[in-house]
Ligand binder design. Structure first.
Ligand code: NAD
Length: 451
């Protein structure tokens, strides 16, 4: 048995001791994770800076603060989530009672992505701990500094009998995926998502796939232009566009496109200055391969703002593309970088058809004051999540589930949704034996049939 197989085996044995099921133990582990995050805030900020050039405030907002809030929310609600959930019982089964009893699944695997390498690995872990599981976490090798930091810190704060970090790339992940887990939560692209799902099928392991896709951003001419532009620029260029729920492209009426473009350019200038390469608040592309991919998307396109690249610092300017060819890679692939194509429509109502002709997105954004357009888009399209008049803010509400639909993923987490993902919601019925009417027992008779 190899070292990874041994590690998983020992987590399984530990799960069988029942220690991780204790509510007090789960609380203690969550508190330890909180202490780790608070104590090593500067180390985390430094690692994220090295991996992605993230600004400190951005790291706080989308990674460290996000995780802290998530842990606090779980601690606050844990007792309630664990309680049996009472249900009604039909006449047929009276006297009796029915309820749902959440129980931990066992030993789970969490595979993280590189773009929010701290939060995307540890927020699912919060849910797994809360639900009483053991877990293997596999950070993305592309965010190497954050991966190394997590591998160093986690065993110092969490019970190593229950939680293990496996670092590495394809080779190690392939080995991990050969093991039997009780659930796998994977965050990343579609291609690897299929590899994960195939590996899981070998063991009949259920999966949550947090994938990506092209998230549309519909901007109607009745929107509040100033606020809309600010929110689009914030949500698109945070982390240099390397966000799974970043608006991927804009849909706007051609009569309104010039106003919108000017407002976006003006907000870019206000946020990052004339030369964003010098802004301490603007991030960098994860590696040379992704920078080259993004550069190739600009070939043959009409760049109306940005486009500059510095390979030495992995910098790509915030870039706007006007009327991209719809069959070009820019409009066929998820961009996952700082390029925002602006697609013009004759009428904003055409947005529904445009979106429905493509794969179901992870997020959909709509900026409008019109109730009827809102209803038309909500009823006429499908997406993992929808945010009206803002970008990405839905992520800040732990009451809302986070997950995709169709090609953008399956399953969900955050808050109680994450707890439920890592739990088996066991159905229980309890009957009284005080009376026992015999109508259902053989031998059957015409008289019994009438009852
Ligand atoms: P990535 O390259 O970091 O890969 C994700 C994980 O898969 C890593 O841990 C990696 O080691 C592992 N992996 C890579 N190749 C593998 C292989 N052949 N076999 C087994 N494991 C392998 O991430 P990525 O795919 O570049 O991430 C970008 C994508 O992730 C985008 O599509 C983005 O939208 C999506 N994403 C989704 C979310 C979400 O929460 N829904 C969040 C972030 C990113």
């Amino acid at each position: 048995m190899g070292p990874i197989a041994q590690q998983v085996e020992s987590l399984r044995s530990y799960f069988n001791t029942g220690v991780t099921k204790e509510l007090s133990w789960r609380r203690q582990q969550l508190n330890q994770l909180l202490t780790m995050t608070q104590t090593h805030q500067q180390d985390i900020v430094d690692a994220l800076k090295q991996d992605l050039g993230k600004a400190e405030q951005e790291s706080w907002l989308a990674e460290i603060g996000f995780l802290e809030d998530d842990i606090k929310h779980s601690l606050k609600h844990l007792a309630k989530w664990c309680k049996p959930r009472k249900l009604s019982t039909p006449m047929l089964a009276q006297p009796g009672s029915s309820w749902l009893q959440p129980e931990p699944l066992g030993t789970v695997l969490i595979i993280g992505a590189w773009n929010y390498p701290f939060q995307l690995l540890l927020a699912p872990l919060v849910a797994a701990i809360a639900a009483g599981n053991c877990a293997v976490v596999k950070p993305s090798e592309l965010a190497e500094h954050t991966s190394a930091l997590i591998a160093r810190l986690l065993p110092r704060y969490l019970d190593s009998n229950a939680y293990a970090v496996v670092e590495g790339g394809v080779e190690q992940t392939t080995e991990v995926l050969k093991q039997k887990f009780d659930h796998i939560l994977y965050t990343g692209g579609e291609t690897v998502g299929k590899i994960v799902m195939k590996a899981a099928a070998e063991h009949l392991t259920p999966v949550t796939l947090e994938l990506g896709g092209k998230s549309p951003c519909i901007v109607a001419s009745d929107c509040d232009l100033d606020v809309t532009a600010a929110r689009i620029v914030w949500s698109k260029w945070m982390n240099a566009g390397q966000t799974c729920v970043a608006p991927d492209y804009i849909l706007v009426e051609n009569a309104f496109v010039d106003k919108l473009t000017a407002a976006i350019v003006s907000k870019l200038d206000a946020f990052y200055g004339q030369n964003p390469a010098q802004s301490p608040d603007y991030g960098r592309i994860i590696n040379a391969r992704h920078l080259a991919r993004l550069q190739s998307y600009l070939e043959g396109q009409k760049v109306i703002c940005g486009g500059q690249v510095d390979e030495n610092t992995r910098y790509m300017a915030p870039t706007l593309v006007q009327n991209p060819a719809l069959d070009s890679p820019l409009m066929q692939q998820e961009i996952f970088g700082p390029i925002l194509p602006i697609v013009e429509l004759e009428r904003i109502e055409q947005a529904t058809d445009f979106i429905n002709q493509r794969a179901k997105p992870l997020a959909l954004y709509l900026y409008t004051r019109s109730q009827s357009l809102e209803q038309q888009i909500l009823a006429g399209t499908s997406a993992g999540s929808v945010c009206i008049n803002d970008g990405m803010m839905f992520m800040a509400n732990p009451a809302l589930p986070f997950g995709g639909v169709g090609n953008s993923g399956m399953g969900r987490y955050h808050g109680q949704w994450g707890f439920d993902t890592f739990s088996h919601i066991k159905a229980v019925m309890k009957r009284s034996t005080r009376f026992d009417i015999d109508w259902r027992y053989p031998p059957f008779s015409a008289k019994k049939m009438k009852m």
